[in-house]
Design a protein around this ligand. Sequence first.
Ligand code: NAP
Length: 247
Amino acid sequence: MNIRFDGKRALVTGAGKGIGRDVVKKLVECGAETIALSRTQSDLDSLKQECPSIIPVLCDLADSESISTALKDCGPIDLLVNNAAIAICESFFDAKRADFDKTFDINVKATIVVSQIVAKGMIERKAGGSIVNVSSQASLRGLKNHLIYAASKAAVDSVTRTMSLELGPHNIRTNAVNPTVTNTAMAKVGWSDPVKVKAMTSLIPLGRFAEVSEVVSVILFLLSDFSSMVSGSCVPIDGGCVASLGT
Ligand code: NAP
């Protein structure tokens, strides 16, 4: 499959590190003019050095008021990846209201606000488009010490389905990807303990965590016309984990 995005403009949130950073690099490789939004200037600077054609946008998505200002000069966007998220690992009894608010502001509300801005432009231009929300396997199965994060990703799945319903008539497809643990900085938050890693990988029929490239390739497929009849789907990238009972 030779995916090309020549003549398309893409926006990736959380582009400074991990999955988002590699999505940006792949989009550039595939010919898309790519806007990279993140909240740490040094990450955007180093990404710009690697991919000089990107348009860096510094924005903290926790502040929903600043999102429209940050995106006001970004012009038309055909492809959107809502990737930015935080993971605060807490058990049911430890979960704090402030952490709930912080997590939902970034993982859920910003996904909605950014998508509203971008989809409005797509509809005005009658151009259609494709949106991918980066969710998690944690939305689909119970996961100890991930109460707030998992709930935020379940909300992302739900938002994805409603977006696909309301945006579909405008030829805008919306899908989510639900990766298992993927080797990035975020994964270190909850998955540094080898005992936990072993317990988790034993639930994955393929017996391992995901590589960033394995998540990026599914995102690119969902953005592309190769998935032109796929919308409203939440696609596990999990080596078979959510499909099995683990016995
Ligand atoms: P990561 O390595 O922590 O990178 C996240 C990126 O998002 C960073 O550049 C971060 O910037 C940015 N970001 C976070 N909060 C932001 C905010 N308020 N405003 C703007 N940018 C913000 O994470 P990752 O592992 O690549 O995760 C990417 C996506 O995959 C997330 O949606 C995550 O939930 C999902 N996911 C990850 C895994 C995993 O195991 N890694 C598994 C399933 C799903 P700063 O570093 O400057 O804060």
